[in-house]
Design a protein around this ligand. Structure first.
Ligand code: DC
Length: 220
C-alpha cells in the first residue's frame, strides 16, 4: 500500500509547523517535524560542549547519537538516545546550532532514512527545508511556504511578547536574515523551492486561509 505525502518547505518563521499541525489534524495524517530532529542532534552537541564548527568532533559524535520518533496523542515526540527532548529544543541557541550543523553530511545522512521510513508507513505531512527537493522527491503535493522577512520577524516578536520574553524587533529580523542565508546557501540540501512545488506567500494570509488553500490542492 502506498501512502499520501505532503511536503512543506520554507524559511524559518513562515508558519510551516502551525499550518502542518492543523492540516494533519484535519486530514488525519501524521505530522513529521524534521526541524525538531536537527534540533535534537544539536542539543546533543551543546550538552557535550561540541563546537558547531568542529566537524571532526561532530562526525565522531554522530556515531553516539540515536534519534527516534514516537507519537503521543498526535504529538511528535523526539527521542535522543531514548530521552524525550521535546521541552529542550525550542531555544534560539538550539535553532542557531541546528542551522549550522544541519549543513554537514554526517548529520543529514543520519536523519534521511528515518524521515523516508516515516513516509513509507503512514500518510504524512512533513515540513522542513529539503523535503520536496531531497527527502520525498515523489511527494504527492509539494508546498513552498514563505512570507516576507518583516512579517516573519513581526510574528516572532509578537509570539515572544505574549510569553513576556524581552526581545528586539531589529535583532529578530537580523537573526531571520542570517538563518535564511545559511539555510539557502549551504552545499548539501539547501533550502530552495522544488520545481514542482506550489508557492504560497502567507504574508497577508491567515492560518485558516493557508490551510484551506492546501486542502484545495490535495488530490485524493
Ligand atoms: O524548522 P526549524 O527552525 O526547527 O529548523 C532548525 C534548523 O534545522 C534550520 O535552520 C535548518 C535545519 N533543517 C534542515 O536543514 N532541514 C530540514 N529538513 C529541517 C530543518
Amino acid at each position: 500500500m502506498s501512502y499520501y505525502s505532503i511536503a512543506i518547505d520554507g524559511p524559518a518563521g513562515a508558519g510551516k509547523s502551525t499550518i502542518a499541525k492543523s492540516l494533519a489534524n484535519k486530514l488525519g495524517f501524521i505530522y513529521v517535524d524534521t526541524g525538531a530532529m536537527y534540533r535534537a542532534i544539536s542539543l546533543y552537541f551543546i550538552r557535550n560542549n561540541i563546537d558547531a564548527l568542529d566537524t571532526k568532533s561532530i562526525k565522531e559524535a554522530c556515531k553516539d547519537i540515536d534519534i527516534t520518533i514516537e507519537y503521543k496523542n498526535g504529538e511528535q515526540i523526539v527521542l535522543l538516545n531514548k530521552e524525550n527532548v521535546n521541552s529542550f529544543i525550542r531555544t534560539e541557541a538550539i535553532g542557531k546550532m541546528a542551522s549550522t550543523t544541519s549543513a554537514y553530511s554526517d548529520v543529514r545522512i543520519k536523519l534521511l532514512e528515518l524521515q523516508r521510513n516515516l513516509a513509507k508507513t503512514s500518510n504524512v505531512i512533513m515540513d522542513g527545508r529539503d523535503i520536496g527537493t531531497c527527502v520525498l522527491p515523489n511527494a504527492n503535493l509539494k508546498i513552498y511556504l514563505t512570507a516576507s522577512v518583516e512579517e516573519r520577524a513581526l510574528r516572532r516578536y509578537n509570539e515572544l511578547k505574549t510569553k513576556n520574553i524581552e526581545c528586539n524587533l531589529e535583532q529578530i529580523m537580523k537573526d531571520i536574515e542570517d538563518r535564511d542565508y545559511a539555510d539557502m546557501n549551504r552545499d548539501m540540501s539547501p533550502l530552495k523551492q522544488s520545481e514542482d512545488a506550489i508557492l504560497i506567500d502567507s504574508s497577508t494570509m491567515t492560518i485558516y486561509e493557508v490551510v484551506d488553500k492546501i486542502i484545495e490542492l490535495t488530490t485524493f
